[in-house]
Design a protein around this ligand. Structure first.
Ligand code: FAD
Length: 412
C-alpha cells in the first residue's frame, strides 16, 4: 500500500529581516510552518548590528511596571505583549544562543560580548536549522490585484509571492541606509491602513552655536548635568555636536522636545551644570576665590566646571559672563539654551509614528488586510533608549507570529 503524501506545510512570507521579523520567523518555523524572510538588503539585521556598536542594550532590568510606562501612549497595547515576552524571557533567549547577559550600572541589560554579531550568527544558525529560507536583495513594493506580494529584485527582475499569511516587519525610517526607510507607507495607506507620519525619535536637536564654540567643542560630552523643560527635570549626560545637542539625556527628552518644536518653533532648555550643588553654596565658593584670576580658572576651581561647561555658559549668556558670584552661580544652575530644530532621520536612533494601533487587532493583524500582520518599529509606538526599543520589537514579533499560528489553525 502506498503511503499518503505528507500534508503540505502552510507558508508564511515575512518581509523585513530585523529583530521583529527574525524572532517571528523563529517562532513560526519552530511550529512547523514553511517560512521565507524577504529583505531588500544583501544581508540581514543591519540595524541590529549597528545597535551592537553601542554595546547592544537588549532590554532593561527595572521593575515591569516602570518598564511598561516607558511606552507612554502605547503602553496599554504593548503591555500585554511585553508581559507575554518580558525582559527575563529575552535574556533567557539570548542565553540560549550562547549570549549570556549582564545588568550594567544603569540597569540596562547587555550581552557580555557587548556586540550583536556573535548573537546574530548563532541566531542565523538556529534559523537555518529550522529550515527558514531567506530571499535577500528583494524589495517589497506592495500588493497586486489578487493581494499577492510584489517584490523587485536587485537584478532588475520582479516576483510575485503568495503565502498563507504575511508578516510585515519593515522597521521605521531612522538610519535609512541600513534598509528601513518607510517606503511601505503608500502601499499600506492605499489599502486603507491608518498610518501616523514617521518622525525622528531619540534624535539630536539643533541650536545655533557660535562658530567658536562649535569648532572647539563639537564631540565633547557634557557629563553629569540636568536639563529642565517645562518643569520636568532629568539628569544624565549629553553630547555637544556641530549642530546642537544629542546623547542619552537628550534622547530621554526627545519626544517632548520634538513635539514642542513642532508646536512653537523652538523650545528653551534650562541646563544645570552642577546638579546636586545649590546656588548659594556655589556663590559662596566663587566669592571665596582669590581675585585677579581669569573667570575660567575661577569657575574651574570653585565649581569644578570643565571648559565645555564654562563655554556653554557663555553661549547661554549670549556674551561675556557676569562677574558677581550670585549671578554666576545662578547661570551655572540654569544655562538657557534654545533648541530650534530636530535633527533628521539620518542619525535618529528610532522612529515615532507608523501603523496606528487602531488599525491592528489584538492578534497583530491589520484590520484592513486580513492575513497580513505587522510587528516592530513600523507600528506607532516610541520609547527612550535603554533597551525598550528592542524589547518591544521582540515582543511584537512573537505576538504577531502567535497571531499567525492562531489564524492558520482557525482557517484549517
Ligand atoms: C545607531 C542605533 C543604535 C541602536 N541601539 C539600540 C539599543 O542599544 N537598544 C535598543 O533597544 N534599540 C536600539 N536601536 C533601535 C533598534 O535597533 C530598532 O528599534 C530595531 O532594529 C527595529 O527592529 P525592526 O525589526 O522593527 O526593524 P529593522 O531592524 O529596521 O528591520 C527592518 C528590515 O526591513 C527591511 N525592509 C524595509 N523595507 C523593506 C522593503 N520595502 N522591502 C524589503 N525589505 C524591507 C530593512 O532592510 C530591514 O532589514 C538602535 C538603533 C540605531 C539606529
Amino acid at each position: 500500500m502506498s503511503e499518503a503524501p505528507p500534508p503540505l506545510r502552510r507558508s508564511v512570507a515575512i518581509v523585513g529581516a530585523g529583530p521583529a521579523g527574525l524572532i517571528a520567523a523563529e517562532t513560526l518555523a519552530a511550529a512547523g510552518l514553511a517560512v521565507t524572510v524577504h529583505d531588500r538588503m544583501p544581508s540581514v539585521g543591519r540595524k541590529f548590528l549597528m545597535a551592537g556598536r553601542g554595546g547592544l542594550n537588549l532590554t532593561h532590568s527595572e521593575p515591569l511596571e516602570a518598564f511598561l510606562a516607558r511606552y507612554g501612549a502605547a503602553t496599554s497595547r504593548l503591555a500585554p505583549l511585553v508581559e507575554a515576552f518580558p525582559p527575563s524571557a529575552l535574556r533567557d533567549w539570548a542565553e540560549g544562543l550562547d549570549a549570556p547577559t549582564f545588568v550594567g550600572s544603569s540597569g540596562r541589560v547587555f550581552p557580555t560580548a557587548l556586540k550583536a554579531s556573535p548573537l546574530l550568527r548563532a541566531w542565523l544558525r538556529r534559523l537555518d536549522g529550522l529550515g527558514v529560507r531567506f530571499a535577500l536583495r528583494s524589495a517589497w513594493t506592495g500588493f497586486d490585484a489578487a493581494g499577492d506580494l510584489r517584490f523587485d529584485r536587485a537584478d532588475g527582475s520582479s516576483e510575485t509571492v503568495r503565502a498563507d499569511a504575511t508578516l510585515l516587519a519593515l522597521g521605521g525610517a531612522s538610519w535609512p541606509r541600513l534598509g528601513a526607510h518607510g517606503d511601505w507607507i503608500d502601499a499600506l495607506a492605499a489599502r486603507g491602513v491608518p498610518i501616523a507620519p514617521l518622525r525622528p525619535a531619540n534624535s539630536g536637536f539643533q541650536t545655533p552655536w557660535s562658530e567658536q564654540f562649535r569648532d572647539r567643542f563639537a564631540g565633547t560630552p557634557l557629563k553629569t548635568i540636568a536639563i529642565s523643560v517645562d518643569g520636568t527635570t532629568r539628569r544624565g549626560e549629553a553630547m555637544v555636536t556641530a549642530y546642537g545637542l544629542e546623547g542619552g539625556l537628550i534622547y530621554a527628552l526627545s519626544a517632548e522636545l520634538r513635539d514642542r518644536i513642532a508646536r512653537d518653533g523652538s523650545v528653551l532648555l534650562s541646563i544645570d551644570l552642577a546638579p546636586g550643588r545649590d546656588a548659594a553654596a556655589l556663590a559662596a565658593r566663587i566669592a571665596a576665590q582669590k581675585s585677579g584670576q581669569s573667570l575660567s580658572n575661577l569657575l574651574r576651581k570653585a565649581a569644578h566646571l570643565p571648559p565645555v561647561a564654562i563655554n556653554l555658559m557663555r553661549e547661554g549668556a549670549g556674551g561675556p559672563l557676569p562677574r558677581e558670584p550670585e549671578r554666576l552661580a545662578a547661570l551655572i544652575k540654569a544655562v538657557p539654551i534654545r533648541l530650534d530644530g530636530v535633527e533628521g532621520m539620518e542619525r535618529a536612533i528610532s522612529t515615532a509614528g507608523g501603523v496606528l494601533w487602531d488599525g491592528i487587532d489584538d492578534a497583530m493583524m491589520l484590520k484592513a488586510l486580513p492575513g497580513v500582520f505587522v510587528a516592530g518599529e513600523m507600528i506607532d509606538w516610541e520609547a527612550p533608549t535603554g533597551g525598550y526599543l528592542l524589547q518591544a520589537c521582540f515582543a511584537t514579533g512573537i505576538a504577531a507570529a502567535q497571531g499567525i499560528l492562531a489564524r492558520l489553525e482557525r482557517t484549517g
